[in-house]
Ligand binder design. Structure first.
Ligand code: HEC
Length: 147
């Protein structure tokens, strides 16, 4: 098997796993899964520019744990299990740690991605709390891969 074929086979297996674990939906449809954010500091309605659950956060471990499951339930069907993208959407493991990555993360989850009237990514902040989304960001940072 060439490397290329291997990649396709692995991606296929990932898609199958996703299909079995909750149903693949057309882009744009959102069935948000409730995220249990108990124990994390409440953040209010106003969006922050920087992750309040960053590396310095005293309950970072909890944030990462909450984020891992929130990601798998709400983002993985497009961005891939464990953040490893099969190519449908960007591989979020490359998102820069720290404030630069935070700002871009916030921009996308708040605004989604719409091109030519087509929804490529829904405005996830309409469905998930700021707490849940920053927890996802905290988890993603632990998966960071330098380009
Ligand atoms: C319906 C599919 C879909 C879902 C669900 C989805 N995304 Fe996305 N996301 C995309 C696509 C497609 C893009 C690329 C948009 C573009 O570049 O125009 C994207 C882009 C992004 C980006 C910018 C990445 C970059 O490298 O520029 C971030 C950050 C992001 N998504 C985070 C999330 C998070 C966090 C969730 C879950 C809470 C999520 N997305 C759920 C499809 C999705």
């Amino acid at each position: 098997m060439t490397n290329n074929n291997k990649f396709i086979a692995i991606t296929g297996a990932g898609m199958l796993a996703l299909a079995l674990s909750g149903g693949v939906q057309a882009h744009g449809d959102v069935t948000p899964q409730a995220v249990d954010i108990q124990g994390l500091d409440a953040l209010g309605e106003e969006w922050l520019d920087q992750n309040p659950y960053g590396e310095e956060y005293e309950k970072r471990d909890l944030a990462v744990e909450v984020g891992a499951s929130a990601y798998n339930q709400n983002c993985a069907r497009c961005h891939g299990l464990e953040g490893v993208s099969g190519g449908i959407a960007p591989d979020l493991r490359y998102l820069e740690p720290g404030i630069d990555g935070d700002e871009w993360f916030k921009y996308r989850v708040v605004n989604g991605a719409v091109r030519d009237g087509r929804v490529y990514m829904p405005k996830m902040a309409d469905y998930l709390s700021q707490e849940a989304l920053w927890a996802i960001r905290a988890w993603l940072e632990t998966k960071y891969v330098q380009e």
